[in-house]
Design a protein around this ligand. Sequence first.
Ligand code: GDP
Length: 297
Amino acid sequence: MAFESLSDRLSDIFQNLSGKGKLSEEDVNLALKEVRMALLEADVNFKLVKDFIAKVKESAIGEEVFSSLSPAQTVIKIVRDELTKMMGEENTELKLRPQSEITVLMMVGLQGAGKTTTAAKLAGKFQKQHRKPLLVACDIYRPAAIEQLRVNAEKLSIPFFSLGNQVKPEEIAKKAYEEAKAKGYNLLILDTAGRLQIDDALMEELKRMKSAVPVDWTILTVDAMTGQEAVNVAESFSKEVGVNGVILSKCDGDTRGGAALSIKAMTGQPILYLGMGEKLSDLEPFYPDRMAGRILG
Ligand code: GDP
């Protein structure tokens, strides 16, 4: 890791302060400057960092930091607990309807974010839990996307539904829903088109799809490596189409994961899973406390 860990940085600071006994506001400020830098390096949104520091400062001044054996660890604990709280504390589960009903997941996101891969990962995960998924290709603009979903479905022996690229996505979704009803599938996973950038036509298409079938979860996949940009994407999709869960892909890279914190704080939507690689089994639950540790380094 290219960064010095926050723990080391704080230890250095407190080393110089040791023997002074009481922690003054000035000392707290000095320590929080390091915390601030660590968060910014981890790609946490700067406005969020400002609010966060103000909050932590309040709790840190009240604490008997120096009466503990390790002041650095005490400050880190305060910061880590606060970060965890901001990310929702508990892991949020993607709850499905009862087996007797059809749950519809609509996968959204920008092109290249990992949407198609994640659709297959989710199908595989729920198939293991004895659900009956149907993977539906609604990205009619990129022939490669249809083929990619088909290949992934085949790898997992999961049924795949496509009407080619001449039928409108909302029509495909409707037909897939009928197919699910007729054949007893109870988890419809709609892979939708992405664009390189947020665009109105895409948002309108997603809204039409949502009116065509009863979507339970609109799941946004964002690339964790894109940092601040991931937050902008999450805000736009939340505002335009409505999102009720986020999957952060490519967390196997060396990103510190500040996007997780910012997305939760700025959109209010929970992070459901982390993509941890290209393999279809590389999907992990999101644990806020672990992410807090990763953000702090
Ligand atoms: P889409 O355009 O959003 O559907 O994105 P794709 O599913 O086609 O993924 C784009 C690229 O990212 C592919 O090469 C995937 O293998 C890769 N990818 C997806 N998820 C992950 C992940 O969690 N980690 C890594 N390392 N690569 C991923």
